[in-house]
Ligand binder design. Structure first.
Ligand code: IMP
Ligand code: MG
Length: 181
């Protein structure tokens, strides 16, 4: 599968930005019991970098994951978000940081925040590597954002197109994914 791509953010740019994010997160979350909630699959690489840097800032979170389905192989979001895997550790009274690869329509993050409210955490903050505000449907702004991007379909650093490209160490725009093989 060979698709033309344009690199938006290099490995070094992403590394530097993640370090800045962790520095502000560390300041805001200090002395709290923290649970990082990763939204799979897209967040796994970003989250792994975040938590490893947290160690350097003397932050020692628990980590859990949720799997939600909303895309189903297309670049267009479906109207439904469904929980495929829920949290398995308690977040009651704790500080929760929800981590995702990208905030697009906002439906996924909104759904996760509603789900979390039932579990009575002390605070919930959201952290995304990328924010694509042009396509927002739900009124939601991430607390920590790596980079804002235009209305383009991107892959790499955990983000996929049809399950591929997640391993790329950079973020790239792929042209016209719908017509790709
Ligand atoms: P939302 O619910 O529309 O905000 O969608 C969030 C999810 O859509 C993300 O977790 C991604 O999995 C997926 N997504 C949105 N935009 C892109 C993109 O440009 N590239 C790859 N995945 C995307
Ligand atoms: Mg995702």
């Amino acid at each position: 599968m060979k698709i033309p791509e344009k690199i938006l953010f290099s490995k070094e740019q992403i590394e530097n930005r993640i370090r800045e994010l962790v520095s502000s997160i560390a300041e805001d979350f200090r002395d709290r019991e923290i649970v990082i909630v990763g939204i799979l699959k897209g967040s796994f690489i970003f989250l792994a970098d975040l938590v490893r840097l947290m160690y350097e800032y003397n932050i020692h979170p628990q980590v859990d994951f949720m799997i939600l389905s909303s895309y189903g192989g297309s670049t267009y979001p479906s109207t439904m978000v469904k929980i495929e895997r829920d949290l398995s550790i308690s977040v009651e009274g704790k500080a929760v940081l929800v981590v995702d690869d990208i905030l697009d329509t906002g439906r996924t993050m909104q759904y996760v925040k509603e789900r979390l409210r039932w579990l009575e955490p002390e605070i919930v903050r959201t952290c995304v590597l990328l924010d694509k505000p042009a396509r927002r449907i739900v009124d939601i702004t991430p607390d920590y954002t790596g980079f804002q991007i235009e209305d383009e379909f991107v892959v790499g650093f955990g983000l996929d197109y049809n399950g591929f490209h997640r391993e790329k160490p950079y973020i790239a725009v792929i042209q016209n994914p719908e017509s790709a093989d």
